[in-house]
Design a binder for this molecule. Structure first.
Ligand code: UDP
Length: 346
């Protein structure tokens, strides 16, 4: 099988590429390297079944060639991260609308099985105790920049659904809930690598707002397994599935856990939303996925709990610090949970 992974040099894309290769398939990663990182793929470059194509999903002809040549496409390329969306909103909107339109139209044209990576952000400000796929969405004004990401992704979902229902395109939608793990960068806003980085440097962890807002984090190994399983299940096409792990944690508690698990002397510093993101910012106060639909159809059962997830990132930070130091000191021990972090390969 030949798989296309758009956004293949990114955090989730690189893990997905790796897992598909491990299953004995060929992988073409398409990435414009805007937020992707060649280092994420360095270990795959010599693999005979792997190819990196540097290009944009906005290049319709390139996308069409690659989708046509693939049996399956994982569409992960997108402008993501709250800070990035706020700072480069128009570019983000264009990429997330037109780029995805290119991928999905090509998938429909060539009948290529496609997984569209969407986001829990489409649920917006809902404070429901658990979010299931058919839930109403509660979004703020279209003029609040944060929601431009949710607007674009929701439009992508509608396009995918219409291409399926009117043209039989084999497209399935995955709504990802705060996927995190090794290789994720905090540069564009993601809280987990930012907290681990600050804790390991003994700096104060910056909790935005009062920290009572909650999220549910899912390890990238588990999420990648879910995406692969969805691609392999024809009954999933035309459907939307939450992919996440329903272990709810407040951001304040997350900061405390990261400090505890790293053994750090860091403190917590509370930062007003306006200071962190500018005036008029609206946060999502609660986000927990109902994953029963994915569990029933593909047996989705994310294995790695929050502490495993944090420890796997700590492990990565320690190893890269050790490598940067020239590897002179003793190699850091791997935390127990991170050692078991290989997830399952179906
Ligand atoms: N957050 C925080 N400190 C940071 C980065 C983020 O307190 O350094 C908060 C952010 O305001 C949000 C939560 O952590 O409430 C998750 O943020 P992230 O950007 O990782 O994901 P998203 O908001 O898209 O779920």
């Amino acid at each position: 099988m030949r798989a296309l992974v758009t956004g293949g040099a990114g955090f989730i894309g690189s893990h997905l590429a790796e897992r598909v290769l491990m299953q004995g398939h060929q992988v073409v990663a398409l990435d414009d390297m805007s937020t992707g990182d060649a280092d994420n793929l360095a270990h795959l470059n010599d693999h005979l079944g792997f190819e990196l194509v540097k290009g944009s999903i906005l290049d319709a002809a390139l996308v069409d060639d690659l989708v046509e040549a693939s049996d399956v496409a994982f569409h992960l390329a997108a402008a993501v991260g709250v800070h990035l969306i706020l700072n480069r909103s128009l570019d983000g909107l264009r990429t997330n609308v037109h780029g995805t339109e290119n991928v999905l139209q090509s998938a429909a044209r060539h009948g290529t099985r496609t997984v569209l990576a969407s986001t829990s952000e489409v649920y917006g400000k809902s404070t429901a105790p658990i979010l299931c796929e058919d839930q109403d969405r509660i979004l703020g004004s279209p003029l609040v920049k944060r929601w431009s990401y949710a607007e674009a992704k929701a439009l992508d979902e509608t396009l995918a659904f219409l291409l399926f229902s009117e043209h039989g395109a084999p497209i399935v939608i995955a709504r990802l809930f705060n996927v995190t793990g090794p290789r994720q960068t905090g540069r564009y806003g993601m809280v987990m690598p930012r907290f681990v980085d600050l804790a390991m440097r003994g700096r104060p962890l910056t909790v935005y707002g009062d920290g009572s807002q909650t999220r549910s984090f899912c390890h990238v190994y588990d999420a990648a397994d879910g995406l692969i399983a969805l691609a392999e299940q024809p009954d999933a096409y035309g459907g939307v599935f939450n992919i996440g792990r329903p272990e709810e944690v407040s951001i304040r508690e997350l900061a405390e856990r990261v400090i505890r698990l790293t053994g750090s002397a860091s403190t917590i510093r509370y930062v007003a939303y306006a200071q962190a993101y500018g005036d008029g910012f609206e946060d999502t106060m609660r986000r927990v996925p109902d994953i029963s639909r994915a569990r029933e159809l593909i047996g989705f059962d994310p294995a790695l709990c929050l502490d495993d997830i944090i420890l796997s990132i700590v492990d990565e930070f320690r190893l890269s610090a050790w490598a940067r130091s020239g590897g002179g000191a003793a190699r850091p021990a791997r935390p127990r949970a991170a050692r078991s972090g290989g997830g399952r390969v179906r």
